[in-house]
Design a protein around this ligand. Structure first.
Ligand code: IPM
Ligand code: MG
Length: 358
């Protein structure tokens, strides 16, 4: 198969981890007889420096003309004082909106090899950690109006949180369908004791439940969910939640699996063109030191093969190569928890994984 992939290297560790993911993709192409071509796209802080815009229209067009988009990470302290609409992150939000990828899938699964890297007690880890957070990605407070004004001699800031029933319904369906393919348990997470948008969320989820009699739906308040994820993560199969809650809970969920560095994510909408990225940020503190963990990005490339290109065997091969590399004892600094492992940098980790693709 021939596929056109838009590559957004981004800022901080973004470029380093993307190089490793491309190495793995190229190896998959060789072994399985595919041809992947890449187009570089400027987005984030580097695009602000180069073009004065975190996502110029021409760069966005390249993404929309591709079969899928692979992203490293954007942002960094250099652009902290840039005004809101021009921040590096705004490029990412505009991209998600323009690609209409409303459904973000973030797995929290512990690799058995990394169990000792989890900050949770071994008896909790042994019960198993294997759930998915389905996060609504193009609505809610991220996309409401944002403003800061002077009022009564002081600054007042406002961010508007809006959801329509239809926006909730379409992500709700993804939640139910994801649960249906797994253990059949869907937990809808909201703050219906305080927010109107959450009360609508809960109502729509319960309306949908009638269409999915094979899925057991439960409700959980987001504060309780944050607690339950560290108290007993084995209780979760699929969590479906709104944009900001999903952002926060997915960082928490990734940490209990050992490191945020190993978690990929997929973002999809109505078409097969997806946006694939690790869930971590640009980690400017370790950028350029060959210290980043490329596994999240490599697994994101694997998700791209599975969900956008229908390449199941190839995606399995990437996951297997990651597992085999961990079995062989290779660890980047963030997942190094035992002395009998070999500490490697980002480049070597990418090479070890690519060499194990078969
Ligand atoms: C994420 C990130 C982004 C988000 C930022 C960079 C805008 O934290 O993908 O989780 O909040 O969605
Ligand atoms: Mg986040």
């Amino acid at each position: 198969m021939e596929k056109k992939i838009a590559l957004i290297r981004g800022d901080g560790i973004g470029p380093e981890i993307i190089v490793q993911a491309v190495k793995v993709l190229d190896q998959v192409a060789r072994v399985y007889g595919h041809s992947f071509s890449y187009t570089d796209v400027d987005m984030g802080g580097n695009a602000i420096d180069k073009w004065g815009d975190p996502l110029p229209q021409a760069e966005l067009e390249k993404c929309l003309a591709s079969d899928s988009v692979l992203l490293g990470a954007v942002g960094g302290p250099k652009w902290n004082d840039v005004p809101g609409p021009m921040r590096p992150e705004k490029g990412l939000l505009r991209l998600r909106a323009a690609m209409e990828v409303y459904s973000n899938n973030r797995p929290a699964k512990i690799w058995p090899q990394l169990a000792s890297a989890s900050p949770l007690k071994p008896e909790l880890v042994e019960k198993g950690i294997d759930f998915i957070i389905v996060r609504e990605l193009t609505g809610g407070i991220y996309f409401g109006s944002h403003s800061t004004r002077q009022e009564g001699g002081q600054a007042v800031a406002e961010d508007i949180l809006t959801y329509s029933a239809e926006e909730i319904r379409r992500i709700g369906r993804i939640g139910f369908e994801t649960a249906r393919k797994r253990k059949g348990r869907l937990c809808s997470v909201e703050k219906s004791n305080v927010l109107d948008s959450s009360r609508l969320w809960k109502k729509v989820m319960h309306e949908l439940a009638g269409e999915y009699p094979d899925v057991v739906l439960s409700d959980m308040l987001v504060d309780n969910c944050a607690m339950q994820i560290v108290r007993d993560p084995s209780q979760f199969d699929v969590i479906v939640t709104e944009n900001m809650f999903g952002d926060i809970l997915s960082d928490e969920a990734s940490m209990i699996t050992g490191s945020i560095g190993t978690i990929p994510s997929s973002s999809l909408g109505a078409t097969t063109r997806g946006l694939y990225e690790p869930i971590h940020g640009s980690a400017p503190d370790i950028a350029g030191q060959d210290a980043a963990n490329p596994i999240g990005t490599i697994l994101a490339a694997g998700m791209m093969l599975r969900f956008s290109f229908d390449m199941e065997r190839e995606a399995d091969a990437i996951e297997q190569a990651v597992s085999d590399t961990l079995d062989a004892g290779f660890r980047t600094a963030d997942i190094l928890s035992s002395t009998d492992c070999v500490k490697v940098g980002c480049t070597r980790m990418g090479e070890e994984i690519a060499n194990r693709i078969q």
